[in-house]
Ligand binder design. Structure first.
Ligand SMILES: [Zn+2]
Length: 60
């Protein structure tokens, strides 16, 4: 199937104005200082929130 009508250059560009990539929001881990995602365990030390650590290095 082909599009019934060719889009103008303006229409194509207006549609692409919604395709920009957005940077992920990151927090600094208070345990080790690495960048981590909010509400997720830190990949380096397993820190989630005060009093909760998960993962292999949870004892540290
Ligand atoms: Zn960490």
């Amino acid at each position: 199937m082909l599009p019934c009508q060719r889009k103008t250059r303006s229409q194509s560009r207006q549609g692409r104005s919604h395709q920009a990539l957005v940077a992920k929001n990151t927090l600094t881990c208070p345990g080790c200082g690495e960048a981590k995602l909010p509400h997720c365990a830190c990949k380096a030390c397993g820190y989630v929130r005060p009093g909760l650590k998960v993962g292999a290095q949870a004892q540290a």
